[in-house]
Design a protein around this ligand. Structure first.
Ligand SMILES: *Cc1c(COP(=O)(O)O)cnc(C)c1O
Length: 437
């Protein structure tokens, strides 16, 4: 299948080109030319299928023309070595726990699938080494680094701001070794991102090295996120709770919710979506006014959602813009809510006191958006719990007055030896370093 750019100025790309390039030449985001619907009978039968079978059915619809079934099956099996359970929190309100992967965040699904798909293309085509550059404020770096760990033909450089990620996050990408290099940049997250962007633009560097990006602009990272929407539907359908499903997604770059919108387009019966935001609420402004105005991000306790110009917004516009103005359809299907740090903390506290369920600050936005929305009696609410609360232990313990247990997986990282390369924030130093590698 071919992929077109949301800016419509770049040539069509094959799956391989779209994955290796990441962003289209006209700076648009790649979209699949077709989004295949699944038959009603297939959807009705999801409840009798395993997560692996469900994911293979969805993967087949996207990648079936480009990858043989056995290979795709293996890619999916390798990616999904963990479950994404739906857990009841209170009447008609469920948590989709996406944090049971190796780095305890939902980005493991896309990170692992992309690593395996890229690894497959590198092997098949005998490409020279591909270098993945990823700037991180915490969570993306760990999921991408762990996804790519040990994949032949790929080297990952994680750029992170010195002293500005939590110790738990830092050890998830500085202790790995092998094909993962952590670059500790003397600057902010924005400085890290600027270095990565400059690297992609630098002709000399790109002649010497094959560079790609692994954030959610990459189709290989973002499309597989639709797998767990189908799986969640299957679990709720089995419990007789899937008829009027409202899905609330804590959103930053809007990759996760866009994967849900793709699932919806493929025929998954979700009644409507909610985009839950922290104080970074440019999408909510768009819903209210029809005008999209990006702004610099502000820091919050749900820091993986501190995004002032969500990159996947272009995909949402494209998805609903086929017949003109996408605004009315977007407003019909998606509503938005925003929460301050105080409101996020109050939600975490009351849910813990009333139900015993520990929300992380991101999931708390998703939960509270369903409450504010006021579900109708026949509706079922599902929010995506995007990270394990232990990843934000400091914040969570302080708000809940707890001492939550750190899962063994996370502890193992914390015992490793930290290795990083100190890096200035100026591009010339960074470029000279990459050229020498
Ligand atoms: C990345 C992330 C988000 C935001 O997801 P997007 O796809 O960027 O909207 C939400 N919560 C957590 C914990 C994350 O790591």
């Amino acid at each position: 299948m071919n992929y077109y750019s949301t800016n419509k100025q770049a040539p069509l790309a094959s799956l391989e080109e779209a994955v290796v390039k990441g962003l289209a030449g006209d700076k648009g985001l790649y979209m699949p030319e077709q989004i295949r619907s699944l038959d009603k009978e297939v959807i009705a039968d999801l409840k009798n299928r395993s997560f692996h079978e469900i994911a293979c059915t969805v993967a087949q619809a996207f990648f079936g023309e480009d990858i043989e079934p056995e290979t795709l099956d293996a890619l999916v099996r390798d990616t999904l070595s963990f479950e994404t359970p739906v857990v009841p929190v209170r009447d008609n309100l469920y948590s989709l726990e996406l944090f049971h992967g190796p780095t305890l965040a939902f980005k493991d699904v896309g990170g692992r699938f992309m690593a395996r798909l890229l690894g497959y293309f590198i092997q098949k085509e005998g490409l020279r080494q591909v270098n993945v550059l990823v700037a991180t404020s915490g969570d993306t770096g760990s999921a991408v680094a762990n996804g790519f760990l040990g994949v032949p033909g790929i080297h990952v450089y994680v750029l992170y701001p010195k002293g500005k990620v939590s110790p738990i996050q830092e050890c998830q990408f500085t202790t790995l070794g092998q094909n993962i290099t952590a670059l500790e940049v003397d600057g902010t997250f924005d400085d890290c991102q600027a270095l990565v962007k400059s690297a992609f633009m630098d002709e000399e560097l790109n002649r010497h090295k094959k560079l790609t990006s692994a954030n959610s602009i990459n189709v290989a990272r973002f499309l597989p996120q639709s797998f767990y929407y189908f799986n969640a539907y299957a679990q709720l359908d089995k419990a007789g709770k899937a008829d009027e499903l409202v899905v609330s997604v804590p959103s930053g770059n809007f990759g996760n919710i866009t994967a849900g919108l793709f699932a919806h387009r493929m025929g998954l019966p979700i009644k409507r979506f909610i985009a839950a935001n922290n104080r970074n609420d440019v999408f909510l402004d768009y819903l209210r006014t029809g005008v999209y105005t990006p702004r610099p991000s502000v820091p919050t306790i749900a820091n993986a959602m501190d995004v002032g110009d969500p990159s996947n917004f272009a995909r949402i516009l494209d998805l609903y813009g086929e017949n003109g103005n996408p605004y009315p359809e977007i407003c019909q299907l998606i509503s938005g809510y925003r929460f301050t740090d105080e409101e996020i903390g109050a939600t975490m506290k009351s849910v813990y006191t009333e139900t015993g369920y520990v929300l992380d600050p991101h999931g708390a936005c998703g939960y509270q958006a369903l409450i504010e929305d006021g579900l109708a009696p026949n509706e079922t609410g599902l929010f995506l719990e995007t990270a394990h609360p232990a990843k934000f232990k400091g914040t969570v313990d302080q708000i809940l007055d707890t001492d939550i247990k750190i899962p063994a997986k996370l502890k193992a990282f914390m015992q490793g030896e930290k290795k990083s390369v100190e890096m200035e924030k100026d591009f010339d130093t960074f470029k000279a370093y990459l050229m020498k590698q």
